[in-house]
Design a protein around this ligand. Structure first.
Ligand SMILES: [Ca+2]
Ligand SMILES: [Ca+2]
Length: 317
């Protein structure tokens, strides 16, 4: 990594957006992607800092942001390498295939200083790309690629200090069964997550993984607002953590954070509700007796000639 630092130094001030890391060409070794003000995007070998061919890729305007790295292989497709996604000051959005450096471009006609981000924004199960421009527009492009929590890249440096793509590499995500919408009523509930670590020799495993699970509930809850649990795991895999349910009707967010042996930070989160279903049942407490009374009146409908029953007729008043 030292050599990469020296090599990157030769770009000097011509570089504004920081580098991002990932195996761009799919040879099993990490590469460093460096955008430059000249419009060239360099890919450097993480081993020795040499330029990976056929890069640099030349755009026709300045590249002012970090380059997003994504696994854009479609369902069932086993693509090696990653796709480089970036805007350039020539007004195009570039999607550059890592191994070949062949590009698809989208003419957005606007410039951007911010990184293209990825997440599933509009639902469905496909990954979406978010491009925000200097004109104040936010574009959302859908892709034919299935979404996975580790494919999303929701902020520059992914919240703290990680500039590497996580899918098929390293990360932590909450499993779909845990993150789907739910309401909790019991004493406790379970959160399932998976620690992914695909590092091989010579770097080996990035364990131990220090995982902190935090239940955040908003201001309407009077007790302790943050319920935290900390655990250290020695190997990747799926784990379940039990969290206490809060005693009031409220919404909450579960945040799972992981720091590996190098201090790299990963996180995932989902939202849930507490005791909302019970509250929804309350309306039936009101409606059911009314329906019952209505039913009784319909079934026991008095004949025309028969006077309505009255409790007063047995009295002599
Ligand atoms: Ca590589
Ligand atoms: Ca989507």
């Amino acid at each position: 990594m030292m050599e990469v630092g020296l090599e990157a130094n030769t770009f000097g001030r011509s570089q504004l957006g920081g580098p991002t890391l990932g195996d761009v060409d799919g040879d099993g070794h990490t590469d460093v992607v460096v955008p430059t003000l000249s419009g060239n995007i360099y890919v450097l070998s993480g081993k020795d800092g040499s330029i990976v061919r056929p890069y640099p890729y030349r755009t026709h305007g300045r590249v002012m942001n970090q380059v997003l790295l994504l696994d854009l292989s479609k369902r069932g497709e086993k693509n090696k390498g990653l796709t480089l996604v970036t805007t350039s000051f020539d007004g195009y959005l570039y999607l550059i295939d890592g191994p070949t450096s062949c590009a698809d471009v989208v003419d957005i006609g606007e410039t951007s200083y911010s990184m293209v981000l990825a997440d599933n924004v509009d639902g469905g199960d496909d990954l979406d790309l978010i491009v925000s421009t200097m004109n104040g527009n936010v574009f959302c492009f859908s892709t034919p690629v299935p979404h996975h929590p580790l494919k999303s890249w929701r902020s520059t440096n992914q919240g703290r200090n990680n500039v590497a793509n996580r899918y098929n590499r390293e990360g932590l995500y909450i499993t779909p069964s845990s993150r789907s919408f739910r309401d909790e009523e019991g004493k406790n509930f379970w959160v399932e997550f998976e620690i992914v670590d695909k590092y091989r020799m010579p770097s080996g495993s990035q364990a131990p993984y220090n995982v902190t699970t935090t239940l955040l509930v908003p201001g309407n809850y009077q007790g302790e607002r943050q319920i935290k649990q900390n655990q250290i795991f020695d190997r990747p895999g799926k784990y379940r953590i039990k969290l206490p349910t809060v005693g009031v009707r409220t919404t909450g967010t579960v945040l799972v954070e992981m720091v590996d042996k190098n201090g790299l930070y990963f996180s995932d989160d989902f939202s849930l509700t507490f005791h909302m279903h019970y509250y929804k049942l309350l309306k039936w407490l009101l409606v059911l007796p009314m329906l019952g009374m209505f039913g009784v009146l319909v079934i026991l409908r008095p004949q025309e000639a028969v006077p309505l029953p009255s409790f007063s007729r047995n009295t002599d008043l």
